[in-house]
Design a protein around this ligand. Structure first.
Ligand SMILES: Cc1cc2nc3c(=O)[nH]c(=O)nc-3n(C[C@H](O)[C@H](O)[C@H](O)COP(=O)(O)OP(=O)(O)OC[C@H]3O[C@@H](n4cnc5c(N)ncnc54)[C@H](O)[C@@H]3O)c2cc1C
Length: 447
């Protein structure tokens, strides 16, 4: 690897970097991807006792960008949807409460089931009444209110702390009070600013979410993109760390332990706190972005039980308030995804503040909680614990990284992607990479 020249060098081979590489190659560019670990980044599917489970993300929000990619990659017949999400459980101060079809995989859907959950579940009828007043509410919404201010202003404090905090705690491991509505709830903030009712739009199905995965897990998507980019002539350097990116006239030199690459454009698909180290020339601007993005830590604990250990054969999992329970959510993989397999895998999601890292201790605690709740018989025969750092943009009025083409102080030929910007979620990573490679989004003078 010495002094090879590319149109684009992508740093970081997670889903953001891989999809950006794919869309750039399709435009005929010469592309290299440099990845410190293995391609796929946080996406890692593991096989435990013949059953498929995810060590990282579990599902993708459905929508046009992922459907387009799936069809281009020929993965259409590999897609699966969650099958048992009608039976979610919310944990409330030691009590498991069945939430009928109202909450599907963490996303509340308007349905009779959700309404019933209000009436006899952890929330009360008064909370429901307050939430139903949303169409009449016109709160003062600043440019970018925190998620908590937005949701409690519209739906009331009860539903915000009892339902949304639980869901968000599960999905992002972060607090609503520190999350930007502009980034996380554009589908609520936007309509409300225009004077629309969020509830009525939701009821009409305008904001519905579907979720998907693949028969062999999310790694199947990674493998398909890697095959596609290989076919399009990418140069991929796996197990290679970028040590420095230096400006070289109008171009860049990307320096790694095994040589240097010349690039007209560099796409940064690593979290910003990593980029601070290899881009010292831009440290001032990067530290500024870094201060706007919070990093939370989560662990995913996969517990493998003998087949049939799960006492409730219909349950697909539960969400809990991490503050009261320590686990923010569990998925019963086999029931939810119906892939079949040899074991019963229970996947638990643990925010960092609730555990002291240590694989076996964490697995023991999670399995103790599950059997304490009466959900499983016996002990797990194997476990897998993965720790992750999440990047989440925190609430700062005026900071809208994902909607900007350039960040002030960075040349337009440095393209920030995914977690560099605090973008969370596979869907947003792919759709952002796609948008950045579409005609009209190219900065002048770029390749
Ligand atoms: C536990 C967990 C559960 C999640 N669940 C979901 C879910 O169900 N659905 C969903 O949509 N999203 C989920 N997410 C979020 C989703 O995983 C991320 O948004 C997405 O995977 C980020 O992709 P990325 O490519 O931006 O970053 P990453 O996957 O983090 O990729 C960045 C890459 O950069 C590499 N890198 C870093 N520094 C260097 C360097 N110096 N040189 C070379 N390479 C470098 C890293 O090794 C890494 O591979 C979850 C995240 C976690 C942690």
């Amino acid at each position: 690897m010495s002094h090879e020249a590319y149109d684009v060098v992508v740093i970081g081979g997670g889903i953001s970097g891989l999809s950006y590489a794919y869309y750039s190659l399709k435009k005929g560019m010469r592309v290299a991807v440099v990845e410190r670990g293995s391609l796929g980044g946080k996406i890692r599917t593991v096989n435990m006792g013949g059953s498929i489970t995810e060590a990282g993300p579990e599902e993708i929000v459905d929508g046009p960008a992922i459907r387009g990619l799936i069809s281009e990659l020929g993965l259409g017949d590999r897609v699966i949807a969650p099958s048992a999400s009608r039976f979610y459980l919310l944990y409330d101060g030691g009590r498991l409460v069945e939430v009928p079809e109202g909450v599907a995989a963490g996303v509340p859907r308007p349905s009779p089931g959700l309404l019933r959950a209000f009436l006899w579940g952890p929330l009360g009828p008064l909370d429901l009444f307050r939430a139903m007043l949303e169409p009449f509410k016109r709160p003062e919404l600043g440019e970018d209110p925190s998620g908590h201010d937005l949701l409690s202003g519209l739906f009331g404090e009860g539903i915000t702390s009892g339902l949304f905090e639980t869901i968000i705690g599960n999905i992002y491991g972060g607090s609503l009070r520190r999350m930007s509505s502009e980034v996380y709830f554009p589908y609520i903030l936007g309509p409300k600013k225009r004077g629309d009712s969020v509830l009525l739009r939701y009821m009409k199905g305008m904001a519905s979410f579907g979720l998907l995965s693949f028969r062999d897990g999310l790694s199947e998507l990674v493998k398909a993109i890697v095959n596609a980019i290989n076919g399009l002539g990418v140069k991929a350097f796996e197990g290679t760390s970028v040590m420095q990116v230096k400006r070289d006239g109008e171009a860049f030199r990307v320096i790694t332990a095994s040589g240097a690459l010349e690039a007209k454009r560099v796409a940064i698909a690593t979290p910003v706190h990593e980029a601070v180290h290899f881009m010292p020339d831009y440290s001032e601007h990067l530290s500024w972005i870094s201060r706007m993005i919070e990093r939370t830590k989560v662990a995913v604990v996969n517990l493998a039980y003998e087949k049939g250990s799960l006492k409730d054969s219909r349950a697909s999992g539960f969400l809990s308030s991490p503050a009261s329970f320590g686990l923010s959510g569990c998925t019963f993989m086999e029931n939810k995804w119906r892939r079949g397999g040899g074991s019963c895998i229970i996947r638990c999601f643990v925010p960092y503040s609730y555990f002291t890292p240590g694989g076996s201790a964490l697995a023991e605690r999670a399995s103790g909680l599950l059997s304490g709740l009466g959900l499983v018989d016996g002990k797990p025969y194997a476990y897998d614990v993965s720790n992750f750092t999440y990047a989440i943009p925190i609430y700062r009025p005026g900071f809208r990284p994902a909607s900007r083409w350039t960040i002030s102080g960075l040349p337009p030929t440095l393209v920030p992607l995914g977690e560099f910007l605090g973008t969370t979620g596979i869907y947003s990573s792919i759709s952002y990479a796609l948008t950045r490679t579409q005609a009209g989004s190219e900065p002048k003078g770029s390749p």
